[in-house]
Ligand binder design. Sequence first.
Ligand SMILES: [Fe+2]
Ligand SMILES: [Fe+2]
Length: 193
Amino acid sequence: MEKTTSNNTFKNVDVDMSNLLKLPESGGSSYYSGEVEKTELIKWAPSFSSGIKKVDDQHKELINLINDMFNHSSGDQKKEREYFTSIVHQLIEYVKLHFQTEEKLMLATNFPDYKEHKTEHDSFTLHVISVVKNYTGNNRLTLLDITKFLKDWVLSHVAISDQKYFVYFRKIAVRGADGKLKITRESVANMRK
Ligand SMILES: [Fe+2]
Ligand SMILES: [Fe+2]
């Protein structure tokens, strides 16, 4: 008999995996858009997708922020610093929000590599803060240096580390009566058995 999700969906975590239906069986890692264009340093690719709308939307927003930084790297130091000062708070807060979202999902679903993943998030947050301090402390870093650092980290993290919990989520998702895939308390409990 097909499993249903009635009364079993998490109350405090949004784990609607309806995007999963649109995904290929396994994600690749081709995340570069080929020729790098000035207007779009990173292009969203289906292989990034987790199947969870909230996570996908946050990854897209992070990519937008990095692309925006790329488009503001003009070589004009004064303009670059003005721009960076105007977005740095938003950038750091958004990174923190995204990490919190992922960590809540991992805890709620009993993801076995939670600690390892959280350590990666924490060390990246500290690294970003120190890079920002270096930049604002007037050393030789440019906006393009920061953009490249963020791009490399975000892409490799999404393509490798985040993929691990995407795979786990797909494993424990169950199909509800409405035909959509969801993670439920029951599916998490079954995983523990
Ligand atoms: Fe992520
Ligand atoms: Fe992550």
